[in-house]
Design a protein around this ligand. Sequence first.
Ligand code: HEM
Length: 435
Amino acid sequence: MSAAPQAPAEIAAAVIDPLAYAEWDGLLDKFDVLRRDMPVARIENGDLHDPFLLVTGYDDVMRISKDNKTFLNSPKGVVFGFREGEEIVKAVTGGSPHLVNSLVALDAPIHPKYRRLTQEWFMPKNLKQLEAEIGALAKTTVDRLVEASQENGNGEADFVPLAASPYPLHVIMQILGVPEADEQRMLFLTQQMFGGQDEDLNKTGMANMTAEQITQLVIGAVADFETYFAKITEEKRANPTDDVASVIANAKVDGEYLSDRDMAGYYIIVASAGHDTTSASTSGAMMALAQDPEQFARLKVDRDLLPGIVEEAIRWTSPVQHFMRTAAEDVEVGGVSVKKGDWLMINYVAANHDDRVFENPRKFDAARSPNRHLAFGAGAHQCLGLHMARMEMKILFNELLDRIETVELAGEPKRAKSSFVGGLKTLPLRCTLSK
Ligand code: HEM
């Protein structure tokens, strides 16, 4: 068995470049070339980052995701990072590549014990109780969009900052028991910790800081987060409610409450995993509908089509663009040898555009069936919030379809520069309202 071939320099540079993810079609072209010529490709860019093996085929990504014994979420990072950034994280954590001890950074035997704590809470049966609450948030969201579109007299409004982005953030903050007044602070802290790569979205000023300044900022953000949620924990132990924060605060593993650091990691993963992702799928679905007025009109009268639209939007946008794994032993993947300790990137965008599984993968096809996409991952770490994401999107779209008669693009949609979680950062629409 041979070693993985080296990707051409231009492709190797693109697959780690946040800007390349903003220029979607060019990126998909590159993934198509890799999947055809070298489905497991070695990516090296000098000293910028540790070399890794990029996996682009659906079957290989599925197999790696499901084999949680051979492909671990540690000891190397679970998200791609440049060496400079990794040094900062290690300086903050005292050697660990994981800024916080969250579910995605854990492996068995600890991971299943931690995951079990909230698994039930995230199941459809429990989430049903939240329908009315989420419905109210969806209504406020559409009110805001409609108001903005009427204010300027031409029905135009930017869907991302007015609807797609704030709505999932409100939902998550509500389930974590964070009052609305603190939401912006939480958003800011999340951005400071994870250093969003798009300057229009990341208002922390990190882009112009030295590594030392960033390290101090990140240490401060983690400490702020821990202090903030320590207070929530205290409240939820004294007066538990039925929100997920109460479950986390009162959870015990092997008879003990979680440590402050582990609890903060749990809150942080729930707080951060559910908003940019759901926002990206929501705005992607809206863009597809704005480009296809007939489909929008059909959907208005036949809401049974909605689940298909939501599912296809999640595949088509694949908001979580990759995760990383570390090989626990020597193994073969896609015909090449992988050595113990190798770092692998499972790329969901590439896998969800594999034309051996999805016919005409770049087409938004709401009738696609089956649609067994990998946008939520697979195996032990499969997205814990997948039912919630689907439910949130359906509730919002039902509200939008009730209130909006027609929708079309009013300008050029733009994608964020980000190699990890990505999607639209602006979607100018022109709407007319239902009578
Ligand atoms: C369209 C929206 C979303 C997408 C595309 C998405 C995608 C993903 C992906 C790809 C993973 C990693 C899967 C793997 O390693 O196999 C993941 C994990 C996770 N997601 Fe989501 N997610 C979304 C929404 C949400 C929401 C709404 C929440 C919670 C409120 C959430 C919470 C989590 C958590 C806690 C994990 C870690 C699970 C673990 O490691 O055991 N996600 N998500």
